[in-house]
Design a binder for this molecule. Structure first.
Ligand code: LRH
Ligand code: MN
Ligand code: MN
Length: 388
């Protein structure tokens, strides 16, 4: 039997980080559909993130993306966030939108370009010092399009050299999270294409380097929960970029395409001790809301992660272990499915009321009038970054 009050306690202290770029306009390479009321400044993105926390109670931090969220004074931006009841979370570097990076950033054959990219990464650590952020999230678009275009092995050497320089710059309480992605924008080789590549570099670098799993960055059919279980077991899982994919890196709302997969992932997190605060796992969203309202989309996504987590916490661990040990395949699967098939919405509604929140965050947000206010006040919102 599962202890419901322990499940509620665990859910009460959940922490899901929302990304600043989810609040800005975004789209595909074909078209960005601008939406009314989108933020014009990093401060306004933080205002919107604060709304998501206000109505869910479990989204107390917001990730920044540099240079999309460039400001003169990052310490002041962190203060601004705290005044609004949220914190600045991970700092995401961006070495993929400059003309110089056509042939790569830290793996570029030209040492001057590599130096420029490294300087940006180091600047991101300076920003972390100012905001008090723990995590630097690194994603490299680096790769090649054509066989023979560049030396695959040398590119790994260049990558490691940059990673090592960043690692050495990290403070005692700071970490770097190395994100992998199968393909795109490079279509032949990608320099960090999979968890194994990220893991190997992180292992060589040391304990402050960890792997981040973006759920949209795998080949179709990849068993992501296995990767999660394995990395957690090795102490190398740093965090998640949550989103949903139907085809490639779709960046749709987490839990929208495959709530069962999200549950299986969260089960492995719980099973491996990754839900304990001491594990230090960062649960971040990395999404774009191209056609749906953005703040509501973030609220919905946070709720989807909450639901999957609640189900994972409800798994009857004793019954599951018993069935597994006795080799009762069907009983084990039934225990696992029972938790997944539980409707946890009443439990979460009750929890929210206990936390002093409205049981239905979307309805409460809609009734708050916030959206009407920002539509009236904000004219000329900015794009999230893509194609900007
Ligand atoms: C790359 C990625 C990475 C970037 C973000 C905007 O596809 O997932 O995390 O920083 O998208
Ligand atoms: Mn990502
Ligand atoms: Mn992505």
């Amino acid at each position: 039997m599962t202890d419901i009050s322990a499940v509620k306690d665990a859910l009460r202290r959940q922490h899901i980080e929302t990304p600043s770029w989810a609040y800005g306009n975004s789209g595909t390479r074909f078209k960005v559909f601008p939406q009314p009321g989108v933020p014009r400044t990093p401060q306004e993105k933080i205002d919107d993130a604060a709304q998501v926390h206000r109505f869910t109670g479990v989204a107390p931090s917001v990730a920044l993306h540099i240079p999309w969220d460039t400001v003169d004074d990052y310490a002041a931006l962190a203060d601004y966030a705290e005044e609004r009841g949220v914190r600045v979370g991970a700092i995401n570097s961006n070495v993929f939108q400059d003309d110089d990076y056509k042939l790569g950033s830290v793996t570029n054959p030209d040492p001057a370009v590599r130096k420029k990219a490294l300087n940006h990464l180091l600047e991101c650590v300076d920003i972390m010092d100012a905001t008090g952020s723990r995590d630097l999230k690194l994603w490299f678009s680096d790769g090649t399009n054509y066989p023979g275009q560049d030396d695959i092995r040398e590119r790994q050497d260049r990558l490691f050299e940059a990673l090592q320089a960043v690692y050495e710059r990290l403070g005692d309480d700071q970490r770097m999270l190395l994100e992998y992605k199968l393909f795109e924008p490079a279509f032949y080789t990608t320099d960090v294409p999979d968890w194994g590549t990220s893991y190997a570099h992180c292992l060589k670098l040391g304990p402050k380097a960890q792997v981040v799993v973006d759920t949209g960055h795998h080949a179709p059919g990849t068993n992501i929960e296995f990767i999660v279980a394995f990395l957690l077991r090795e102490g190398k899982l740093g965090g998640f970029d949550f989103n949903s994919r139907f085809y490639a890196d779709d960046d749709l709302m987490v839990g929208a395409a495959d709530p069962f997969q999200l549950y299986r992932i969260m089960y492995e997190v719980v099973r491996g001790g990754g839900y304990e605060p001491a594990a230090g796992i960062a649960f971040m969203l990395d999404q774009c809301h191209n056609i749906e309202p953005k703040i509501q989309g973030q609220i919905r996504s946070v709720m989807n992660v909450q639901e999957a987590t609640a189900k994972a916490l409800l798994v009857d661990a004793d019954a599951l272990r018993e069935a597994q040990r006795s080799g009762d395949v069907l009983a084990a699967n039934a225990v696992f499915m029972d938790a997944f098939n539980t409707d946890v919405r009443p439990l979460l509604a009750e929890l929210r009321e206990e936390m002093g929140l409205h049981p239905d965050p979307v309805a409460a947000y809609k009734a708050s009038g916030y959206f009407e206010r920002i539509v009236a006040e904000r004219v000329g919102g900015t794009q999230a970054g893509w194609g900007a």
